[in-house]
Design a protein around this ligand. Structure first.
Ligand code: CS2
Ligand code: MN
Length: 366
């Protein structure tokens, strides 16, 4: 397992590469060109710039999250082919810099969403929160307004203004799109993309739906084990992979996260590992990564990855906002760094047990 850390780029993140480098065990940044509009080719020079910046701090840039998918592809419109062609060009450009994994999602209109981005917790920290009752009384427009107001001037990944400018029109276009149609459109995309990705040595890793159930009548197709099985077998290529995101799949308590890891371990190039705490009414809060603080079996997930010989990339996912840090919702430094250490602690315990190294290690030479 290679530990990584999401970084929004120079001038777009309050967190520096120097800080990231100082988190024990973090080997790379998970990055994207957030300002390139969806559907456009990522320019070679811009990619080079980020890769060089990361390398200067001894960090790799092997994982990209996300190269977003144009809505015309999700909708299966005739114009999709031109956007698939630009996607291929982006993959080729990324591969020239050794990018190994591209995380993406296939959620219509909205990426992830919450009702509160800074919900106060008992210890005085704040965290992302999903209020299941409140959400039923909100219209899509209110959700967007709410997310924007909540974000306190920070930009949110997946909530790019260009994606949301035309909400009514988009909802209209999705009106007759069923789950099966959406899956067909994803399959069409993957059949085109996977051969190129294979040539480029890139693994495509779809992010599960967050939350993993349909919202506002929009179809969702990466919600559970059956969905994952269906989409991995629709295009049987090693480049058709999954981003295992515990916090997204784990919103549904009937998703058995360990079983999902065991079942698809050879198709998981990238893992997002974070905890959430369930409430009885279906609401949830993004608690610390520690098992006792939430509802998900975080250490057992790490153990399952270990037992399956996981050699891919992992990152702590959203963190709480602690120690008065002013940061982008879910993406501060401190709690995610604690998360990385917790995950590495669980991983290293497995390694130490295997190697029987629990006995005192010899001193290092100077
Ligand atoms: C999510 C998404 O994991 C996350 O942080 O909140 O924004 C995720 O980056 C995308 O869905 C992946 O395409
Ligand atoms: Mn995630």
């Amino acid at each position: 397992m290679q530990m990584t850390f999401r970084w929004y780029g120079d001038g777009n993140d309050s967190i520096t590469l120097k800080q990231i480098r100082q988190i024990p065990g973090v080997k790379g940044v998970v990055w994207a060109l957030h300002d390139v509009p969806v559907g456009e080719v990522w320019p070679f020079e811009r990619i080079e710039e980020v890769v060089k910046q990361a390398n200067k701090y001894g960090l790799n840039s092997d994982v990209v999250e996300s190269v977003n998918i144009h809505e015309d592809i999700k909708l299966g419109l005739p114009t999709r082919d031109q956007y698939i062609a630009t996607y291929k060009e982006t993959l080729k450009n990324l591969s020239r810099f050794g990018v190994k994994v591209v995380c993406y999602n296939f959620m219509p209109v909205f990426d992830w969403f919450r009702t509160d981005l800074f919900k106060e917790m008992e210890d005085g920290s704040t965290a992302l929160y999903f209020d299941a009752t409140k959400v039923h009384s909100l219209s899509p427009e209110q959700v967007v307004k709410n997310m924007k107001e909540n974000a306190k001037d920070f930009s949110l990944p997946g909530w790019e203004p260009e994606r949301l400018k035309d909400l009514q029109r988009l909802f209209g276009l999705y009106k007759d799109i069923t789950e099966m149609n959406l899956l067909e459109n994803l399959t069409y995309f993957l059949k085109e993309i996977c051969p190129i990705a294979e040539e480029c040595g890139i693994k495509m890793a779809i992010h599960p739906d967050d939350p993993p159930f349909p919202i506002f009548g929009l179809p969702r197709i990466v919600k559970n084990k059956e969905d994952i099985q269906r989409l991995l077998s629709a295009v049987d290529s090693p480049s058709n992979g999954l981003t295992f995101c515990s916090g997204s799949l784990g919103v549904n308590p009937s998703n058995d996260l360990i079983d999902i890891v065991n079942s698809f371990s050879d198709r998981i190039p990238f893992a997002h590992i974070r905890n959430i705490k369930h409430f009885e009414d279906g609401s949830f809060i993004e608690s610390s990564h520690r098992v006792e603080d939430g509802s998900l079996p975080i250490t057992s997930i790490v153990n399952a990855l270990y037992k399956n010989g996981f050699s891919g990339y992992a990152r702590p996912d959203h963190g709480r906002h602690i120690w008065d840090e002013v940061c982008r919702p879910g993406y501060g430094l401190y709690d995610r760094a604690l998360g990385a250490m917790y995950l590495l602690g669980a991983w290293d315990t497995n390694v130490l047990l295997r190697d029987n190294l629990l006995a005192k290690k010899p001193l290092h030479t100077v």
